[in-house]
Ligand binder design. Sequence first.
Ligand code: NAI
Ligand code: UGA
Length: 471
Amino acid sequence: MSPVKVTKICCIGAGYVGGPTCAVIALKCPHITVTIVDLNQARIDAWNSADFALPIYEPGLVEVVKQARGRNLFFSTDVDKGIKEADLIFVSVNTPTKKSGVGAGFAADLNYVELATRRIAAVAHSSKIVVEKSTVPCRTAESMRTILEANSRPGCRFDILSNPEFLAEGTAISDLFSPDRVLIGSLQTQEGKDACGSLSDVYANWVPKERILTVGLWSSELSKLAANAMLAQRISSVNALSAICEATGANIDEVAHAVGFDSRIGPKFLRASVGFGGSCFQKDILNLVYLSESLHLPQVAAYWRQVVEMNEYQKSRFSKTVVDTLFNTITGKQIAVLGFAFKADTGDTRESPAISLVRDFLSERAYVTIYDPQVEETQIWLDLAEACPTVPLELIKKQVTIVKSAIEACKNKEAIVIATEWKEFREIDWHTVYTHMNKPAFVFDGRMLVDADALRQIGFKVKVIGRGERV
Ligand SMILES: NC(=O)C1=CN([C@@H]2O[C@H](COP(=O)(O)OP(=O)(O)OC[C@H]3O[C@@H](n4cnc5c(N)ncnc54)[C@H](O)[C@@H]3O)[C@@H](O)[C@H]2O)C=CC1
Ligand SMILES: O=C(O)[C@H]1O[C@H](OP(=O)(O)OP(=O)(O)OC[C@H]2O[C@@H](n3ccc(=O)[nH]c3=O)[C@H](O)[C@@H]2O)[C@H](O)[C@@H](O)[C@@H]1O
């Protein structure tokens, strides 16, 4: 046997990963037909929209979809047809943290992966390479294989690969165009290696061969959790140091710069912040914690859990700084929150630290005005309703206003809180903002974004995360 040449790909799940990843495969491999399927009709309609109003905001994505859609890239809700026609199927469905049952709050909910796998088993009439793209606990591929093999028809075989995705939102397209590495895990049998060869050949259309790493299935699955855990650990480490900086008068920017200059440590991912957000860091670490506990490794579990606990501490520490600085009460005060996405250049709000901040301000009975350049108003209401489950939405709406510009958000406010590092917040006309604020006018910068000295010159009182200066 030798690797099958892939000509038709189906991707189950048209979300933040499935959409951009397979759109880029279609762009780079015009000889392969790529169909991205999803059960969510509204999402597929948006991917197919005539004006390219795509369901996710990602710089460069529209250009990719414009070039490939209708040529060799298709979006559809016909999941069964997509599965039947493909030689290779990516499973790129969501794997959120379980909300109930065994492992609730820690383990990954694999229901969507299982349903997608069962659908493949039910409708496939020919052999398929099935690729785990979703982030999953170690040995999930084995469960997928068991389901598929128990249901396979004569002459129809399934090879399972793990091919975790490392893109970051906001830079997804450049990450996909030029990945640090592509990781493919397979069984170390001849069939497994052949399947791995088939997928490697797809990526080799644009990724240098030395960046395509092939490993065993379980190593591949664990490497994804490990990479996210270690990235998040760096942020929690720098955030822990930011608390020391604030207490001592040191500057976290200078500390991170000095530490990162050590080539063994490196400068990336050392930016102190109000806390990390996003759909994956917390979920994947909790998943690792659950795995460690299941393996009777409580010390290992405790070690990783602390990364998430430090992140929770950082968010609440920042809220407390706002309250303490505003003379120990924000009841009835007007606060502008700039940014609601979990990071700049995305409209994604999953686990955004801004949600925790607004929840804390609401519990202190402050009035909050929110502006974000990409997040939809409906999404903000959904997030706040979920974050404050005991407060009726009508009451939340009495305390929160959502506006269409940063200047409008800041008008007549006592304090501005920067929660997302959108570039446009650095470039606001701060003189105009100052004129229209109540005095003393405070800025709390949770992203080390603004020129604090320039703002102080204007008259603002400024607190920046990780800096010990007095306001
Ligand atoms: N968001 C990110 O930046 C990254 C996410 N990941 C991982 O990738 C996976 C997917 O994440 P996202 O794309 O962010 O999730 P998402 O929630 O944006 O997209 C998942 C999609 O799968 C669809 N879906 C679920 N079950 C289905 C089924 N049985 N048939 C057809 N469609 C189905 C949902 O309708 C949804 O549109 C997760 O495991 C995540 O941990 C990995 C790297 C980066
Ligand atoms: O598995 C995933 O979902 C992805 O998770 C992260 O990507 P993402 O969450 O999209 O974005 P990051 O750039 O990693 O930022 C995550 C959070 O950390 C924060 N952050 C990041 C870097 C930093 O130095 N400081 C910091 O606070 C960001 O503001 C953001 O809230 C990883 O970077 C990706 O490699 C991975 O594929």
